[in-house]
Design a protein around this ligand. Structure first.
Ligand SMILES: C[S@@+](CC[C@H](N)C(=O)[O-])C[C@H]1O[C@@H](n2cnc3c(N)ncnc32)[C@H](O)[C@@H]1O
Length: 232
């Protein structure tokens, strides 16, 4: 491991706002913050919003500044990337930000039923040709349904037309409420989006900047999850 990575891992271990549960603890359903993130981690009651595959946490820290009344958790498996977001949160003094180093597949083991109010999927790997692995596959949508409170929403921001259209197809297939959608968020105003919400869309992530540099268009949609699938 390079010295830079080693330093980031060591600093992560000193950050109270970075949670890195051992694999065995998560798999044995013994993760203590499940269902009590607001009470035991943030120590305040507020809408809880996740960024899944947060990378360097630009959305997590950016939204936390725009919406200080919400609690934000960036989830990623890569400690060196999370470190960047955690450092930013510390430098900006953001008390409403946490980072969780775990696999997104473990969502139901680390968040309790109805504990979450919103989920951001930012430039997720489009998993071309591997529909089951897409973060908006029916498998993941069902997980989101379980952790989201009634009225909870999912935001997808992506450079991938395939992932964007795949997601809109699932929204239509399951009759989910579609609140906003745009195939070019910087080329057109997203219909019905209030200026404050437009500010949320203007946050740029590391990957987004790369794709914009290549001239790609950025797609966005926001949809609800209740009722879904065989929800009962
Ligand atoms: C393409 S990057 C996007 C990062 C960031 N959202 C951005 O826009 O810059 C995808 C991120 O998802 C993370 N990731 C991929 N698979 C994951 C998994 N199964 N569990 C947790 N994180 C994952 C990667 O580590 C990476 O940081």
């Amino acid at each position: 491991m390079g010295k830079g990575k080693q330093f980031k891992f060591e600093e992560n271990a000193t950050f109270a706002h970075v949670v890195q549960p051992p694999f065995e603890q998560v798999m044995s359903d013994a993760f203590p913050l499940k269902g009590s993130w607001n009470r035991d981690f943030f120590r305040r009651d507020a809408p809880l919003i996740l960024e899944l595959g947060c990378g360097k946490g630009e959305y997590t820290t950016g939204l936390a500044q725009l919406r200080p009344g919400c609690n934000y958790i960036g989830v990623d498996i890569k400690g060196a990337r999370i470190w960047r977001g955690a450092r930013t949160a510390k430098e900006l003094g953001l008390a409403n930000v946490g980072f969780l180093r775990t696999h997104v597949d473990h969502l139901l083991k680390v968040f309790g039923p109805g504990e979450v109010n919103g989920i951001w999927l930012t430039f997720s790997d489009p998993q071309l040709g591997k529909d089951r692995k897409k973060l908006t596959s029916p498998l993941f949508l069902e997980r989101y349904r379980q952790v989201l409170a009634p009225g909870g929403v999912i935001h997808l921001k992506t450079d991938s037309p395939e992932l964007y259209h795949y997601t809109l197809d699932r929204v239509a297939q399951y009759g989910l409420p579609l609140y906003e959608h745009s195939a070019d968020v910087y080329g057109e105003l997203v219909p019905r989006l209030a200026p404050a919400d437009q500010a949320m869309l203007n946050i740029r992530t590391f990957y987004e900047s790369m794709w914009l540099g290549e001239g790609k268009k950025i797609h966005y949609c926001r949809f609800g999850i209740h009722p879904l699938l065989g929800a009962g």
